[in-house]
Design a protein around this ligand. Sequence first.
Ligand code: AMP
Length: 197
Amino acid sequence: MRLILLGPPGAGKGTQSLRLVEHHGIPQLSTGDMLRSAVQSGSPLGLRVKDIMANGELVPDAIVVQIVAERVEEPDARKGFILDGFPRTVPQAEALGNMLREKMLGLDAVLQLQVDESILLSRIEKRALETVGGARADDNAEALKKRLRIYHEQTEPLVNYYASRGLLVPIDGMKPIDEVSEDIERELNIRMAVRGA
Ligand code: AMP
């Protein structure tokens, strides 16, 4: 199964990804995690993206596309994967489409986690308080505002992009975590059953 989790910062993509990992035994491919570990390791890539990330801006498409292209080649990604935080722009979505087409593969679903903006702000504030020490440089009010604006401008067009390809599965991300997971599993079952029929 190859899935995308789409949604604004604080929508619960990371949380739901981990549940999908447990449930389906396929890896979570989080570009945010990959970039954060590059920053922590102090690699040339990390040095290049550190300030961009701390400011809440998007890392250039070419860089993230390259990271994902390498990651999907690893053996554990052969049985499928959950993309968390990628694609975030239409060019990234197109690059992903090309990458998969070359392997004669397709996506099964794009899970769109829908959460009202007022709830996002309080969730991110909570995450910032909970992760004292290891706090994310971009979990502050200013960077968050920028991340939300960039989400609307650059990432939200992917909703129509994937809807027009019949892949979009809207999910109410404001329900309790367990209910969101149940809704996701139900929707996936329906889609996989239709596919298998
Ligand atoms: P995330 O953990 O998904 O919220 O990502 C944290 C930060 O990493 C983002 O605010 C961006 O600076 C960068 N990033 C992660 N994924 C992407 C992507 N697909 N395209 C561009 N930048 C990304």
